[in-house]
Design a protein around this ligand. Sequence first.
Ligand code: 3PG
Length: 394
Amino acid sequence: SSLAELGDLRGRRVLVRSDLNVPLDGDRITDDGRIRASLPTISALSAAGARVVVMAHLGRPSGAPDAAYSLAPVAARLGELLGSAVAFASDTVGPSAQSVVAGLADGQVALLENVRFNAGETSKDDAVRGAFADELAALGDAFVSDGFGVVHRKQASVYDIATRLPSAMGGLVAAELSVLRRLTEEPERPYVVVLGGSKVSDKLGVIDNLLGKADKLLIGGGMLFTFLKAQGHEIGTSLLEEDQIPVCLDYLARAKEAGVELLLPVDVVVADAFGDEASAQVVAADAIPAGKVGLDIGPESSRLFAAALADARTVFWNGPMGVFEQAAFAEGTRAVAAALTTVPGLSVVGGGDSAAAVRQLGFADDQFGHISTGGGASLEYLEGKALPGIDVLS
Ligand code: 3PG
């Protein structure tokens, strides 16, 4: 289902679901990668003469309007990047949305306010979601699904809307899928997966699935401490998911059985308290002093991970190695990013956080094979789960 299947779009109102969920500091956008990634589809529709109505979410508001989650700053940035003003509707389906859409000329672009200001967007009740999707559908004549980062969500503007309008897959979703396919369909070997981020529980499905597929699994980030604890080590006040200890033990055993090299850090950077850079110090991973909190992988581990990545032909990385926002705890993430830029094969950086991390650390997008706009979505794809926003299109 490509855009061409929608036929002549001149003068037609085309609703596009994009993922414009960008990190904000107040109303300043700190990483506009997702907006940039959404431009080609929006521009193509505009160039085809469509009246383009972009739908998107920001954060996780509670289903009611909340100024802290307004898309207004995103509309401004989108307009700058497009080189022409974007009409912003201060509600999603109400009078403002209706009048903004009615006022669009051929080729013009509008952005509706955060779809999650409406409880119907994320409702688990099909009828409630459907009623909201009906209101959205009334604003358009066709639908283009281009928000790769949300295709794993069965939500009104992602899923239900596609059952109500002639629908097509946007170029971003198509491009993301074609790269991710190379990670699951006969990946070139060695295939190395690097996982970080704070929670083991977010990564269970993907570890489970990759234990039979990847050659090496490198683990850093907050989740590494639950693994260290499972191995019987002292972890001080580091992040711990007590209930995941048995799961970690099971993964360690299964990795051994499957011949998958599961690499854990041999040293870590600890501090007296979360964020306390002045007290940062490197200690052995099996000798974390009581009372200290682990906030990054250590230099020896960085070398170990870089060596494990050196001959990789396929790499998938999701989740920072440490609290990369602070210089004292950013070196592990920087080392992994640097190693990825030199791998001889395909390197994929997955996820909003990891993408923001590499950009914040000064790397350029084109140093990597692919930076995915999807965090949860790319993980669920690798887990082999069905993606409702994709399946509904076929
Ligand atoms: C993301 O940030 O991964 C996507 O925008 C999806 O957001 P969500 O996890 O709040 O659904």
